[in-house]
Write a protein that binds this ligand. Sequence first.
Ligand SMILES: [Fe+2]
Length: 195
Amino acid sequence: MFEKNDLSALVNEIRSLLNEQSFSCASLLNTALASVTSNITHNVSKSVPACVFLPEAATSIDGPVGLIISSQWDKLAWRVPGFGMINTSISDRIAVTELVGPTGMIKHDSVSMGLLLMAPNLRYPSHSHAAEELYIVLSGTIEWTIQDKSIGALMPKMAVRHKPWQPHEMKTRDAPALLFWGWTGDIRSETYRMN
Ligand SMILES: [Fe+2]
């Protein structure tokens, strides 16, 4: 079981990461985190196949957030991405956890945020959704494409924002990648679609 204090420590580290971002959605997410009361609703840890890459991805993160994720990742509720719309040969190599949100470990109705893990040498196919989205890279290097246009490789501490419905895809290199993600605006998961 994820202890309340462990999750609070992770939330505090995520707030520090968000504080360094200039996107307005980062401050919206930060404000939401300031108001959550560690009301953990899903305290049963759950593993998916891609979790085998978590130790490698987490130990390469600098600072306290790396230490917390390294020691606590197996206590989080992980799922595969794509709401059943991604082929299992890909989705089994990706793991998502929703820390805060409508179905998150901490319940929140108007924002959704968590962590995403991708296996090495993997392409997350182009997809879009109604929510505005912020990603912050924690470990790994990821080639990023928005609306069929490459924006280059993102390294740790770099962030990217997707406007609502902007198609995007990501590809890892020869190391796993761990990222923070956050949704604001229309966060309904049923708007998620593959392009
Ligand atoms: Fe997205």
